[in-house]
Design a protein. Structure first.
Length: 456
């Protein structure tokens, strides 16, 4: 009888320890899974960091005023660039992301240190015949970054699990970074004076890392220190685009273009030791299919107005489809010329990008360290709670409104300087993760840029 009581007592203690271990595992998964992506509207920069188009919120798919916007936007517009054109420029992009984790009376704030992104841009074009223009150039077409090494994300704050005390069950120095360089070659063909067609092909070079870098706390009782789960990797990919413009009359021009997905395969980017042996996991990251349509108008002397709409197919793009949904962007821009000066302004609106019911895994990862993804703990963690937290920590591309302004000056007929400034107005978002509490984020960004244009 005493043996039976001891057995029941041991079983009860074992069951309680098992439940605690599940809560600890869920807590660690919540804090690790956010190593995902975010920077601009989505991760595509489109034309928003170019010296002229940037001042018009990226509205340059129909009537671009610089060769780089034609090359990296709608290639049909290259046919309108006569003679030889050369542009060199750079932009500075500053994302600001603040994550707040609140649970059981405890609150922790983590500020991402991923900042100071320089966006180079170079493009040149030449008119090889009366109706054909060729162009080439290099730019950064997409990117993201988040770095919580000095201000770790806390999961299970206030639960006091795993020996972490008041500070929470786990604090992790998460980091991720993704930068995609694109080398484009394009051609524009003036089929008639009113109808222009174009195409380009781009070779992408992507750099990425994803995981933890530094010391972790609150995990030793569970499965050890997870301070180094990532590596810096790179990959290459190819994408193309086609486009058309049609001048309805001298004042109105219509445009449309389609850009194919760009796929990167990052090998051995994240480590795990689930199933009893160490292994490295790969990640496929796709920049999405993009469809554009728009128009420009010059009815008022010296005034150019343009409106463009972009549709981005995030729901079919690997990795992003686990956290984001398809998105529309409405872009409005204007330019007024007065003597040698050009004054520009723009506004863009993006529909919400976060999925309301995200998937339970990211890029098909099995896990990180000894812990699996897509885990459910009854009463503690839903199967997609991990990705809900991802959305509000390192994938919070939540700002929807961007305001821009720009200024240009023509020194001669052959040379001008242009600059822009842009502000993505900060917004807030939050998600609840059952027993682990509430995850909130405030995110926005600003950007400035300068470029020189030469025409011969």
């Amino acid at each position: 009888m005493r043996a039976s009581k001891r057995l029941l007592k041991n079983q009860s203690r074992s069951s309680g320890q098992g439940r605690l271990r599940k809560v600890q595992a869920a807590t660690l998964l919540i804090s690790i899974a956010p190593a995902s992506w975010a920077l601009n509207t989505g991760t595509d920069l489109d034309l928003s960091t170019l010296p002229i188009a940037g001042g018009m919120a990226g509205a340059a798919f129909t009537a671009p005023q610089e060769v780089s916007a034609a090359l990296f936007g709608n290639p049909a517009t290259l046919a309108g660039f006569k003679g030889y054109n050369f542009e060199v420029a750079a932009g500075l992009l500053e994302p600001n992301v603040v994550s707040t984790q609140t649970s059981h009376g405890y609150s922790n704030q983590s500020i991402s240190q991923a900042r100071n992104y320089v966006i180079p841009n170079f493009a040149v074009s030449g008119e090889v015949s009366d109706n054909i223009t060729l162009a080439g150039g290099v730019t950064v077409d997409s990117g993201l970054g988040a770095n919580y090494r000095t201000a770790p994300i806390t999961a299970g704050a206030g639960l006091g699990l795993g020996g972490a005390g008041v500070g929470g069950a786990a604090t992790l120095p998460l980091t991720d970074e993704f930068i995609s360089f694109s080398g484009n070659f394009g051609a524009g063909w003036a089929v008639t004076p009113d109808l222009h067609l174009g195409a380009n092909v781009g070779l992408g070079f992507g750099l990425a890392q994803l995981g933890t870098v530094g010391n972790t706390t609150g995990l030793q009782g569970l499965s050890g220190n997870f301070g180094g789960t990532t590596a810096s990797t790179h990959s290459i990919g190819v994408r193309g685009s086609v486009g058309a413009t049609y001048a309805v009359n001298p004042e109105w021009t219509l445009s449309t273009s389609v850009k194919s997905p760009l796929s990167y395969n990052y090998h051995s980017i994240l480590s795990t030791s689930i199933n009893g042996y160490n292994q490295y996991q790969n990640a496929q990251v796709d920049q999405p299919l993009e469809v554009q349509w728009g128009f420009s108008n010059t009815s008022i002397k010296n005034l150019l107005l343009e409106a463009d709409v972009l549709w981005k197919n995030w729901s079919n793009a690997n990795l992003y489809k686990d956290v984001w949904q398809d998105q529309f962007l409405a872009i409005l821009g204007g330019q007024y010329r007065l003597d040698n000066w050009s004054f520009r302004a723009g506004y863009s609106y993006a529909t919400p990008i976060l999925q309301s019911s995200p998937n339970g895994t990211i890029s098909g990862f099995k896990g990180i360290g000894t812990l699996p993804f897509n885990t459910q703990v009854p009463g503690v963690l839903n199967s997609n709670d991990l990705v809900r937290v991802v959305q509000t920590t390192l994938a919070p591309v939540i700002w929807q409104n961007t305001l821009t302004g720009g200024l240009g000056y023509n020194f001669t007929q052959n040379f001008r300087l242009d600059g822009y400034g842009a502000v993505g107005i900060p917004q807030n978002a939050s998600q609840n993760a059952l027993a682990l509490g509430r995850y909130s984020v405030n995110a926005g960004e600003w950007s400035i840029g300068l470029g020189a244009n030469f025409k011969f």
